[in-house]
Design a protein around this ligand. Structure first.
Ligand SMILES: *[C@@H]1O[C@H](CO)[C@@H](O)[C@H](O)[C@H]1NC(C)=O
Ligand SMILES: *[C@@H]1O[C@H](CO)[C@@H](O)[C@H](O)[C@H]1NC(C)=O
Length: 338
């Protein structure tokens, strides 16, 4: 942490309880195809383990870019070759198939198809799997893994045509079913073993408390928490040491990603100015162990009072020095005059 931040924000570590429960693990695949016109579609695809993009598709040479050192060694070389073949066939079948249905139904260009597929593994060993397609950000088709069937999610003619056509590709549906029902979980278990260092990475949250005054009658206390990993976190406001219950005065943002694979969020508490209570923001996170991070609002104010105090002191010293200098200068002049 930067020293300036340390100076500005007094952080107290107090005993507490770790707040984040162990969740599921996710292996997801994403694709975006932008159909610009009848002859040009731009394609990108990537895979995530939890929230780490660990592999992406390189379309210039139909290969996989392995984003962490653990990715390639996690599976046998043959398996990577198989996967690359499956994706190549998928891409080279998917795009022309959609293009021809688009022409058939006179759907206007440009448009975007987004795909998401994958599996979630729970601590009790059970898992779920899914495959969805969206058209211009609206639900389009879903793949039912159990009965190996594509189901349309909107009433358009295009959805009906694509549903019919995809369901006629029986080998593709069988492959997809096996990929989602078996391969996905098998591979996820291997990746989890190999990715331990990155999955268990812990970054400490940095919390800052400041106030906004939207009107003279209202004070908004803002607790901004950033830089933490993994994602689960608990942020609460304490009034005179007691947790403020959920209500209209309290609003907490969604957890948002930072560019460096850490997260941030803010919690805002509306209070009346000078209501005589003390306030503090309390953060609990895996990286803190059993302790809590406590950032008091009262002490922030005393902090600024201290700054004013120091400024006054410095001014007084400067004034004294000036006065002293002037006295010395006058004295010397009168000495010289003698
Ligand atoms: C396992 O856990 C998940 C998520 O908590 C739950 O939805 C599912 O029903 C559980 N399955 C079994 C067999 O306990
Ligand atoms: C999915 O895999 C499980 C375990 O291998 C198997 O028991 C189940 O029949 C499979 N389901 C489908 C729809 O293939």
């Amino acid at each position: 942490m930067q020293p300036a931040r340390l100076l500005l924000f007094l952080l107290l570590l107090l005993p507490g309880t770790a707040a984040d429960p162990e969740g599921s693990c996710k292996l997801h695949l994403f694709q975006i195809v932008i159909f610009h016109n009848t002859s040009f579609a731009d394609f990108s695809a990537w895979a995530t383990l939890e929230d780490m993009v660990f592999a992406s598709w390189q379309k210039h040479n139909d290969s996989i870019l392995y984003c962490y050192p653990w990715v390639y060694p996690a599976l046998p070389e043959e398996e990577w070759k198989n996967l690359i073949n499956v994706f190549k066939n998928y891409l080279h079948g998917f795009v022309p198939s959609l293009s021809s249905n688009v022409n058939l139904t006179q759907t206007p260009y440009p448009f975007v198809i987004q795909g998401a597929a994958g599996c979630d593994l729970y601590p009790n060993g059970s898992y779920t799997r899914f495959g969805h397609l969206a058209f211009n950000a609206h639900e389009f088709l879903s793949f039912n893994v159990d009965n190996r069937h594509w189901e349309r999610k909107q009433n358009s003619q295009l959805a009906a045509e694509v549903e019919k056509e995809f369901n006629s590709f029986t080998i593709f549906s069988q492959t997809l079913q096996f990929l989602l029902n078996v391969t996905c979980v098998d591979h996820m278990k291997k990746f989890i073993q190999y990715a331990k260092v990155d999955l268990e990475r812990q970054e400490l949250p940095v919390a800052t408390v400041f106030a906004r005054t939207p009107s003279p009658a209202q004070l908004l206390l803002v607790c901004h928490v950033t830089g933490f990993y993994p994602r689960p976190i608990s942020v609460a406001w304490l009034r005179d040491g007691q947790e403020v219950p959920p209500g209209l005065a309290l609003s907490t943002s969604a957890i948002l990603p930072n560019a460096d694979l850490t997260y941030q969020l803010r919690s805002v508490l509306a209070v009346a100015p000078r209501d005589g209570h003390s306030y503090a923001c309390r953060v609990r996170h895996r990286s803190l162990g059993t302790r809590s991070l406590l950032v008091p609002w009262e002490i922030q104010r005393r902090g600024s009072a201290l700054t004013i105090g120091i400024t006054v002191m410095v001014l007084l010293l400067v004034a004294a020095a000036c006065a002293g200098g002037f006295w010395w200068w006058k004295h010397r002049k009168s000495d010289e005059a003698q």
